[in-house]
Structure formats: structure tokens, C-alpha cells
Design a protein around this ligand. Structure first.
Ligand code: HGY
Ligand code: MN
Ligand code: MN
Length: 415
């Protein structure tokens, strides 16, 4: 197996960054199941095939590259996601996918020589981690881990009514492959926060995830003339939604600084006409906390506000969808293994919690999982200006290769 060098990674990185590139910026728009996603998937498949991987796809479009070192043995799986948010950064997810492919090749070269491999190696590009076009986020790994039924995922439609099944079918990205047993999972990702940069830490050993509670709310009122209708007669769905959006932000101040993050990132208004009082609004509210009790209290408070706004503005308000993951840890033995690999490379490293969800948020519930970060400049993410230096990307790649090699040689027990 030919050893693959840093310069090869940077060349592949430049190629990958062209897919869905937003002109005049360093960012991309390659949402799940779009033409740009299809193009990058085909490029990734040819890169993997060229370097000796067997490429497969499963029923929800998760894309795998397999390197068999020990016939019949379980796999060390490493990966992330290639899909992006609309007009966002080229590093979120994609860095981890390409680094994983390169880390597998480096590990295979080392283990091929030493003959010490106990496990096989595989890279995965999870379908629709971002959940922008099709909700919920982390869709591909949620189906893989049994948290989301396949049919539900395939039947999910975007705003124009196109389903996941139709979008993936059009790209010929639907398969029937079943991934063999996964012995362990590793993922590297940009931090999407600014603490590592501030602390001068190159490798983040992710020890736990913040909890998240995302809710889709439908507010129903009645259409009316925005001028002529008497104020007392109005049932204004957009006014009700606006009260919920500001209430979600005000919630933050009810808790200690840093204990709760909230946002509303998506709102759909009907009929969205300038001279009409809106009759129906759906909005996506996102609650995050490192403490379960804070997340629960924030959700309860929001439910109370929903009842109050419904009463005050004579609206029907319903929570029509929820996506929640708990504040829970990554296994300590995986953190120890990753710390050893960082120390062997002389890379600064420290424990860090992840606020964003990742496919490892799902995978850690089904396999021993190691989650790693490299720094994000100014913590900017889900933004065209997202950036991580080549130096940090290459350090992270070397570290991931070390971690994957250790996992393939020694394995990682389920804690
Ligand atoms: O929801 C999340 O935190 C992830 O970025 N999809
Ligand atoms: Mn991501
Ligand atoms: Mn993201």
C-alpha cells in the first residue's frame, strides 16, 4: 500500500472544496441530496476506489469505503459527513471525511508492514448530518443506529415536497449494503467553538456532548387584511411566532451564563404576503445545555409560554416535531487512547465538550467511540468564513491516523 503524504491530502482537500463552492468566498453550499452533494460523492468514490477501497452505499445513502486487512474481522469505522448547511463552511464534516480516508490509508500501510492488524478499516460519509434540507439532523447515522426508522427517513420531504428517497435515487446514491460489525468508531471534526484556539490546544479530546432539544412548532391563526381588519379580530400567527422566538432568547437570561444556548434558525410563514395577516407559521427552536436539568427546565418554561401565547393571541400552537439527545459522555478509555496518540506526536491536547451534535453522538451509543477536534479560527462555523489552518488539519490527520492504527491493533472495549 503506497504511503500517502500531507501534500496528497492538501491536493485532495483543494479538489473537494470545489464542490458547491460559493463564488467569491471560501465557503460551500452542498446540502444533502443536491446535485453538488452528488458530484462530491462521485468524486469521493473515485478517490477511494483509486486507493484500493471497496465502495458501498446503504439504504439511506451512507457511503462507505472498506479496506480489508483481516478477512472476516469487524471494522474500525471512521468518518463524518460531506453535506453542508446552506452557504456555510467547507470544513464542517468534510474535513473529517477526507482525513478519515487518509488516516485509513496511513494505518493500513503501517499495519500491512507490521502484520499487527486485528480489525479491518472503513471510512464513512454519513448522509445528511446537517438536517437543513431534510430534518432531522444526523439522519444517516440515526438510521444506522436504529434511532430513526429507514422508511421515515426516506419519506421525509423538503420544502418543495421532494423526498429523501427521490433525491438520493436521482443521484443514484441509494444502495442495499449492510456494514459489517463495527468494532469501534472514530471521528475528527472542526471544533465550531473558540476555546481551543484561545487555549492554544491543537487536539480536542471530546469527553462529552451538550444536550440538545430541538422543537418544530406550528402556530395557526387566521388570514386577514393587514390594514382593514380590526385589531381585536385578528389571530396573527406571525405575531405569536415572534413572541416565542424572543421568549426562547429571554430564557437564556434565566440561567447562569453559559448554561443555555437557544436560537430559532428557521421560520416558514403562510401566506407570507405583505398585506395579509399570517394564518400559519412553523418555526424551529433549538435549545442546548451542558446540564440536563437546565435543558428540561428551559423546555418546560417554553411549553408554559406556548400556552400563554396561545391564550393571549387566540392561536392554536402545537409542537409537531422534536429531536433530542442527552448530555452524556464519550468513553474514557477512548479519550485515554487518543491522549496517548497525541502525546506520541507531541501535539498539545485537552478535554473539551462538544456543543454541536455529530454522527458520533449517535455512534457512541452502539460502538466504542473516539471524538476528536481541531481548532476553528474564532469559532466561526455554519458560516462562509469558517476556517481551520492547513497546519491544524495536518496535525489532526496525523493524530487520527495514530488513533485509527491503535484501534485496529488493540481495539477498544465497550465501557
Ligand atoms: O445539530 C447539530 O448540532 C449538528 O450540527 N447537526
Ligand atoms: Mn458537522
Ligand atoms: Mn454542521
Amino acid at each position: 500500500m503506497n504511503a500517502i503524504a500531507d501534500k496528497d491530502f492538501l491536493r485532495h482537500w483543494d479538489e473537494l472544496s470545489q464542490f458547491g463552492a460559493v463564488p467569491g468566498t471560501h465557503g460551500v453550499d452542498r446540502q444533502a441530496g443536491t446535485a453538488a452533494d452528488g458530484e462530491q460523492r462521485k468524486w469521493f468514490e473515485s478517490l477511494l476506489t483509486e486507493h484500493g477501497f471497496r465502495v458501498e452505499r446503504d439504504a439511506i445513502g451512507n457511503q462507505y469505503g472498506l479496506l480489508e486487512l483481516v478477512p472476516g474481522a469487524p471494522y474500525v469505522l471512521t468518518g463524518s459527513h460531506l453535506d453542508s448547511q446552506p452557504t456555510a463552511g467547507r470544513f464542517d464534516g468534510a474535513y473529517g471525511v477526507l482525513a478519515s480516508a487518509h488516516a485509513c490509508l496511513r494505518a493500513a500501510a503501517e499495519l500491512g508492514e507490521s502484520g499487527e492488524a486485528k480489525y479491518n478499516l472503513a471510512v464513512v460519509n454519513w448522509f445528511n448530518e446537517e438536517g437543513s434540507r431534510f430534518k432531522p439532523s444526523m439522519m444517516g447515522s440515526s438510521v444506522f443506529t436504529g434511532k430513526l426508522p429507514l422508511e421515515t427517513a426516506l419519506n421525509t420531504a423538503d420544502r418543495s415536497g421532494v423526498t429523501v428517497y427521490e433525491a438520493l435515487g436521482k443521484l443514484h446514491e441509494l444502495g442495499d449494503f449492510t456494514m459489517p460489525e463495527v468494532a469501534s468508531y472514530a471521528e475528527i471534526h472542526v471544533q465550531q467553538g473558540r476555546s481551543m484556539e484561545a487555549d492554544g490546544v491543537t487536539i480536542g479530546l471530546v469527553n462529552a456532548t451538550w444536550g440538545a432539544h430541538k422543537l418544530e412548532v406550528r402556530v395557526t391563526g387566521d388570514q386577514a387584511h393587514s390594514g382593514a381588519a380590526e385589531m381585536a379580530d385578528r389571530r396573527d400567527a406571525l405575531l405569536g411566532a415572534a413572541r416565542l422566538i424572543t421568549a426562547a432568547r429571554d430564557l437564556v437570561d434565566d440561567f447562569a451564563p453559559g448554561d443555555l444556548h437557544t436560537a430559532c434558525g428557521e421560520i416558514n410563514v403562510y401566506p407570507n404576503s405583505p398585506v395579509v395577516v399570517a394564518s400559519e407559521v412553523t418555526l424551529l427552536i433549538d435549545l442546548r445545555s451542558p446540564h440536563t436539568e437546565v435543558l428540561d427546565a428551559a423546555f418546560a418554561s417554553l411549553e408554559k409560554t406556548i400556552a400563554e401565547v396561545s391564550e393571549r393571541d387566540r392561536l392554536e400552537i402545537e409542537i409537531i416535531g422534536e429531536h433530542r439527545w442527552e448530555q452524556n459522555p464519550y468513553p474514557e478509555n477512548g479519550i485515554a487512547l487518543a491522549r496517548e496518540a497525541a502525546a506520541e506526536l507531541g501535539l498539545t491536547h485537552d478535554r473539551v465538550m462538544t456543543v454541536a451534535g455529530h454522527d458520533s453522538t449517535n455512534m457512541k451509543d452502539v460502538a466504542p467511540t473516539v471524538m476528536l477536534f481541531v481548532p476553528s479560527v474564532s469559532g466561526i462555523s455554519h458560516n462562509l468564513r469558517e476556517y481551520t489552518s492547513d497546519k491544524d488539519m495536518l496535525a489532526g490527520l496525523a493524530h487520527l491516523a495514530g488513533v485509527v492504527t491503535k484501534l485496529a491493533k488493540d481495539g477498544l472495549d465497550r465501557e
